[in-house]
Design a protein around this ligand. Structure first.
Ligand SMILES: [Zn+2]
Ligand SMILES: [Zn+2]
Length: 63
């Protein structure tokens, strides 16, 4: 299992922790699967990625 790193602050997102995923398609294609440790970090990502209409989902690691 690969460990996740927050795309904004580079903090490790440990297994079992909820990760924030950007729902914009360009953030989820190919190898660019962006994850964020918190909604705050996702909000910082939105202007840098120039999303016009952005939302996020909380991803649980359970299961
Ligand atoms: Zn972060
Ligand atoms: Zn995004």
């Amino acid at each position: 299992m690969a460990s996740l790193v927050c795309a904004t602050c580079r903090k490790l997102i440990p297994p079992g922790t909820n990760a924030i995923r950007c729902t914009v398609a360009s953030c989820n294609t190919g190898r660019m699967k962006l994850r964020f440790c918190s909604v705050t970090c996702w909000e910082k990502h939105v202007p840098t990625a120039r999303h016009r209409k952005a939302s996020y989902v909380v991803e649980g690691e359970a299961g």
